[in-house]
Design a protein around this ligand. Structure first.
Ligand SMILES: [Zn+2]
Ligand SMILES: [Zn+2]
Length: 460
C-alpha cells in the first residue's frame, strides 16, 4: 500500500476509537508522515485499588504497534510531536529504534523528549529539530506549519499539513483558553486564514465532544484554589497533573498570597518544572523550596504540590497518606486538594486514597465538591468545537482522540455546524481524503505493544 502523487491519506494506528496511545500517519506521494507517538495504560481497571498496576500479567506501559510503518520505514519522512503529554510523546523512546526518523517538535516538548531519551541512552542518536510556533518545515512531500493553540501543557500546537494533493488541519489536543497563563495563546485569525486557503480535512480532538458549553480557563481557577487554601489551617497538599505548568504557576502565586512556602513532591512534577524552567516558560520556579525542608516548617506555612491525583501506587500523595514519605507525614487538620479529574477506570483507587486520608483526619477537597472550579479540562467542549468548525470550514471532519461515542457526538457537531461530510472510523482504517473521499475499513492490522522486562512484547 503506497500513496500516489494524487493521494492524500490519513491512517491512524493508535488513538482513534480510544483515548490514549496516539499514533497517526499521513500518506502522500510515496511517503508517510507520523504525527505523535504516545503510550497508554492497561485496561480494564487501569490501576486497581490495592495498588497493583499489572492486569493478567500485562505490561504497565503500552503503545500502538507500529509494524505497518516500521516495515516501510524508508518511506517515513519524519515524526512530528504536537505536545508533551504521555499519550502523544511517551512511546518515542520505545519505538524510535524501529522508526529511525527525524523528530520535529516545539521547544518545551523537545525538552521533555530529551529527558526521556537520555534514560534510554538514545539522546545522541535521535535527531530532534526544534520548531517555533508559526514556522513551517518541509518534511518529505509534506509542508507542515506549527499553529498556536491552547491546551493544559505548555507549547501545544495544531498543524497545517500542506501537500500538492490537498491540505489537512490536524488539531492535536486543544481547548480555547483566553488566559492560558503560561506560553502562547491562540488567535481566531490563524484558523479563519486556513478556511480562506482551503482545508480538505480537519482531524480533531473528540475527548469532550459529549460535554456541553465551554471549558474553564486556567486563569479562572485562581479564585477557587485560593479560597480552598485560605480555609486551611494546617498543611495544604495540592495534587494535580505534573505537566500542567499553568496550574503550578497559579499555586505558586497562591502560596505567596497566603504566606506559605511551596515545594514539589514527586519525580514527574520535578521533571516537568525543570523542563519548563529550561524552556524559559516559568521564571518564578526558583522561588520553590527544597521539599526536604517542608517537614521543618510550621504547618500553616506549607503548600506542597504532590503527584498521585489518580491514587497511583508509589506516588507522593500515596506515600504521604501511608506515612512513608521521606519529607513529612500528613496529620489531622491538614488539607488535601484534588486539582484534577478522575481518569475513567481510576475511581476506585482514588476513593481508597480519599478514605485513607479521611481516616487520618485530613480534610479532602475534590474538584466535584469545591464550590468554585479548582480544575479545568484541557479539551474542547461542544461550543469550542462549533467555533473551530466555523473558523476552519473543512470539507471533511475526521474525529479522533475519543471512544466511539465521543467521535459520533463530534461528527454530529461538525455536520450541524455546516461541515458537508464527517468520516468516523478507527485504528487501522484508511481515510482517503484526496482525490476521492472514502474509508477503507481495517486495511492495516493494528495492535498493542507493551514494555516488559526490557523488551517490547505484543499485548493483544
Ligand atoms: Zn491526548
Ligand atoms: Zn494532551
Amino acid at each position: 500500500m503506497n500513496p500516489e502523487q494524487s493521494d492524500l491519506w490519513f491512517l491512524p494506528l493508535g488513538g482513534t476509537g480510544e483515548i490514549g496511545m496516539n499514533l497517526n500517519l499521513y500518506g502522500h506521494d510515496g511517503a508517510w508522515l507520523m504525527v505523535d507517538c504516545g503510550v497508554t495504560f492497561p485496561k480494564p481497571g487501569r490501576i486497581a485499588a490495592d495498588g497493583t498496576v499489572h492486569h493478567r500479567g500485562e505490561p504497565p506501559v503500552q503503545m500502538a504497534d507500529p509494524a505497518f510503518i516500521a516495515d516501510r520505514r524508508e518511506r517515513l519522512a519524519g515524526l512530528v510531536i504536537t505536545h508533551a503529554h504521555e499519550d502523544h510523546v511517551g512511546a518515542v523512546p520505545y519505538l524510535w529504534p524501529l522508526l529511525q526518523c527525524p523528530i520535529y517538535t516545539s521547544r518545551f516538548t523537545a525538552e521533555i523528549l530529551r529527558r526521556k531519551l537520555a534514560e534510554f541512552d538514545l539522546l545522541h542518536r535521535v535527531p530532534i529539530i526544534e520548531v517555533e510556533t508559526g514556522q513551517s518545515k518541509q518534511i518529505g512531500p509534506f509542508s507542515v506549519q506549527w499553529l498556536a493553540l491552547t491546551h493544559s501543557i505548555p507549547d501545544p500546537n495544531a498543524l497545517m499539513i500542506r501537500t500538492a494533493a490537498g491540505n489537512i488541519f490536524h488539531s492535536g489536543d486543544w481547548k480555547l483558553d483566553e488566559q492560558p497563563l503560561v506560553g502562547h495563546g491562540y488567535s481566531p485569525k490563524t484558523f479563519t486564514d486556513l478556511a480562506n486557503e482551503g482545508v480538505n480535512a480537519m482531524v480533531c480532538d473528540s475527548t469532550n465532544a459529549t460535554v456541553s458549553g465551554h471549558s474553564v480557563s486556567e486563569a479562572a481557577l485562581h479564585q477557587g484554589l485560593l479560597r480552598a487554601t485560605r480555609s486551611a489551617e494546617g498543611r495544604v497538599v495540592v495534587t494535580c497533573f505534573g505537566s500542567n505548568i499553568a496550574r503550578l504557576h497559579t499555586l505558586a502565586s497562591i502560596a505567596r498570597e497566603t504566606g506559605r512556602y511551596m515545594g514539589l513532591l514527586g519525580r514527574s512534577l520535578i521533571n516537568m518544572s525543570g523542563a519548563a524552567r529550561a524552556a524559559g516558560l516559568w521564571d518564578s520556579a526558583d522561588q520553590l523550596i527544597n521539599p526536604a525542608h517542608l517537614g521543618y516548617l510550621p504547618r500553616d506555612e506549607v503548600l506542597a504540590v504532590a503527584t498521585g491525583s489518580q491514587g497511583e501506587p508509589r506516588t507522593a500523595l500515596r506515600r504521604l497518606a501511608s506515612g512513608t514519605h521521606p519529607d513529612f507525614e500528613l496529620e489531622a487538620g491538614d488539607t488535601v486538594i484534588f486539582s484534577a479529574r478522575a481518569i475513567p477506570g481510576n475511581e476506585e483507587s482514588i476513593e481508597a486514597l480519599v478514605t485513607r486520608l479521611k481516616e487520618l483526619g485530613v480534610r479532602v477537597i475534590t474538584a466535584e465538591d469545591a464550590d468554585l472550579p479548582i480544575h479545568a479540562s484541557g479539551h474542547p467542549a461542544q461550543e469550542e468545537l462549533e467555533l473551530m468548525y466555523k473558523w476552519v470550514k473543512p470539507a471533511i471532519a475526521i474525529p479522533v482522540h475519543g471512544e466511539a461515542e465521543h467521535m459520533e457526538a463530534h461528527a454530529d457537531i461538525a455536520k450541524a455546524t455546516g461541515v458537508p461530510r464527517a468520516m468516523v472510523g478507527r485504528n487501522g482504517d484508511l481515510f482517503m481524503i484526496r482525490p476521492v473521499p472514502g474509508i477503507r475499513r481495517q486495511v492495516v492490522e493494528t495492535g498493542r505493544l507493551g514494555w516488559h522486562k526490557e523488551g517490547l512484547v505484543r499485548v493483544e
